[in-house]
Design a protein around this ligand. Structure first.
Ligand code: SF4
Length: 401
């Protein structure tokens, strides 16, 4: 080959992240427990406008100073991206025309049962989507009503089966510790999502966020608050049942059959930069990327990492939607952050990273408390460490040796 190089493949340019997160902040209606940034899709927002604003925003990152690289993972989350219907297929098609997918790329779309049709699944699969993450939450219809979900258990199971039939890898989200859900019903929910074909299951405890309708109903005595012991029991029961069915708990809340772990989420937990676009989305860039993009001055060589988020307004986002939060991390801070995030995963962190990050003493104190173990050249969280995750993360982040 001659020395020919296309403009976006100029080796001296800083490469953009190979992971892209796209936020679609629309849902059919708002669930009672939700404090994520999303709005009800009441017809006041044009889907086409939302798609165009998102694409314009992505194009805005493609300055001459950066080199586009094929995407290893693309994750379209929300909100409920599938409320966009066919416009979601357009979004996937156009995003991957701007930033093409690498061979074997993982492309995930978050979905809810009420907006997932077989036609939409086929369209998504045709344009490179490999995985859907379906918000099942529970297969107990009374619990679904309490959560304000706009689907029932039958629709949730049908969505999993349809996605599997479309050739997609399926992840199911479930919520542990919903008041009024008996242990047998919880076990049945887990068994049913596995039987329907989910190869990945995320289990989150029900948390009550201030300002949500559920928090208000609890404060008014209209709804029972989640009982802490029941939440822990439900999380434990999920761990036992899923591991009995061949799933590995690879992260505190995530279980997968072998080879079905989320590569996109693993990138977050192992310190890979990712571009985040969409109203309210977060992103993380290396210092070199941030300098090439002019987000920090060239002279600020001490900046190792930049975390940013987009403003929620205007809605939907435009090309000009500003970044609002903007946090810079030094090299020692970025290393401590890597150590902290890595402890969310079963594999923990390599001894070399702990050494570099200067967190050995903090980890040793966590070993004494039974929250961490050291084995095979790695530091790993124990079950108890996951249960007291804030203690583990706080001590690692606060460590200065
Ligand atoms: S579907 Fe998800 S993002 Fe939308 S309101 Fe419900 S919990 Fe929130």
């Amino acid at each position: 080959m001659s020395g020919f190089t296309v403009p976006w493949n100029e080796p001296s340019r800083v490469p953009l992240p190979k992971h892209l997160y796209v936020h679609v902040p629309l849902c059919r209606s708002k669930c009672t427990y939700c404090d994520f940034f999303s709005r009800a899709d009441d017809g006041s927002v044009s889907h086409a406008e939302l798609v165009e604003g998102t694409l314009e925003s992505l194009r805005g990152w493609l300055t001459p100073e950066v080199r586009r690289v094929p995407l290893d993972t693309l994750y379209i989350g929300g909100g409920t991206p599938t409320v966009l219907g066919e416009d979601l297929v357009t979004l996937v098609r156009e995003l991957t025309a701007i930033l093409p997918l690498a061979e074997g790329a993982e492309v995930t779309v978050e979905a809810n049962p009420e907006s997932l049709s077989t036609e939409l699944l086929a369209g998504l699969a045709e344009f490179g989507v490999t995985r859907v993450s379906i918000g099942v939450q529970s297969l107990d219809d009374a619990a679904l009503a309490l959560l304000g979900r706009c689907h029932d258990s039958g629709a949730a199971l049908a969505a999993i089966r349809d996605a599997v039939s479309a050739g997609l890898d399926v992840s199911a989200d479930l919520i542990a510790g919903i008041p009024g859900v008996p242990a047998e019903s919880w076990a049945e929910s887990l068994e049913a999502v596995i039987a329907a074909g989910a190869a990945h299951v995320s289990v989150y405890p029900l948390t009550i966020e201030a300002g949500t309708p559920m928090a208000e109903a609890i404060a008014a005595g209209q709804t029972a608050a989640p009982d802490e012991d029941s939440v822990v029991d439900a999380m434990d029961a999920a761990a036992t049942l899923l591991s009995g069915n061949g799933f590995t708990r690879y992260e505190v809340a995530n279980y997968a059959l072998p080879g079905h772990e989320s590569r996109h989420n693993a990138a977050y937990w192992t310190g890979w930069p990712y571009l985040g676009i969409g109203g309210g989305a977060h992103g993380m860039l290396s210092g070199d990327q941030a300098r090439a993009l002019g987000l920090v001055p060239e002279a600020e060589l001490g900046v190792a990492r930049v975390r940013y988020s987009y403003a929620a307004e205007p809605f939907p986002m435009r090309a000009s939607t500003p970044l609002t939060t903007f946090e810079t991390l030094t090299v020692p801070e970025a290393l401590r952050e890597d150590a902290m995030l890595g402890m969310r995963m079963t594999q923990g962190i390599a001894a070399e990273l702990a050494e570099l990050a200067g967190v050995n003493r903090a980890l040793e104190s966590l070993v004494v408390d039974g929250l961490v173990v050291r084995e095979g050249g790695r530091w790993r969280p124990t079950e108890r460490g996951w249960l007291f995750g804030n203690e583990v993360f706080g001590r690692i982040w606060g460590a200065v040796e």
